[in-house]
Design a protein around this ligand. Structure first.
Ligand SMILES: [Zn+2]
Length: 173
């Protein structure tokens, strides 16, 4: 699944409606409006995920919808406008699996270049919870996995992040 390149998609200035023209600024391909000066910068979007662990096992949920229908993922999602990553992952964990989480550390950031919705930068935390898991109806099921029994179908870069956590504790160790 190749994500759409927004650089290729946008043709008109969102401010004044005139044509956008390609322009390379500091080696970045941008789209610029000659009329009002607006520049479209082609940036990744931040997403957040959490490795919620218990007794050396990691909580994963199975997606019921596209993209990556039936794939297993860590709880998480997009950051909202004016929301920091910690607030976003607490909100997403509560929405998706109904738990309050205690955040421990960031495992790493992972570039997601295989999502049809676009290019994302996944900020992945480790954390714990004392609450019962209650699945949101968007997802099919949840399960705690040990490192030896991870499912075959894992979306995004979540296998890489879980492996980093199991082997080293974080991407930086
Ligand atoms: Zn314009």
């Amino acid at each position: 699944m190749t994500p759409p390149n927004e650089y290729e998609l946008y043709k008109f200035c969102p401010h004044c409606g005139k044509d956008l023209h390609s322009e390379t600024i500091n080696k970045e391909k941008t789209k610029k409006c000659e009329s009002c000066g607006f520049i479209f910068w082609n940036k990744s979007k931040p997403v957040v995920s959490v490795i919620l662990h218990n007794d050396g096992k990691v909580l994963m949920i199975q997606r019921a919808t596209e993209p990556f229908k039936n794939y297993w993922v860590l709880p998480g999602g997009f950051t909202s406008y004016l929301e920091d990553a910690e607030t976003a992952i607490r909100r997403e964990a509560f929405e998706e699996v109904g738990v309050e989480i205690k955040l421990q550390k960031i495992i790493g950031t992972y570039l997601i270049d295989n999502d049809p919705r676009g290019i994302h930068l996944d900020i992945i935390f480790a954390g714990t919870t004392k609450d019962e898991i209650t699945l949101h109806n968007e997802d099919l099921q949840w399960k705690y996995f040990s490192p030896e029994e991870l499912p075959d179908k894992i979306a995004y870069k979540h296998r890489e992040a879980i492996t980093d956590w199991f082997k080293k504790g974080s991407k930086y160790d």
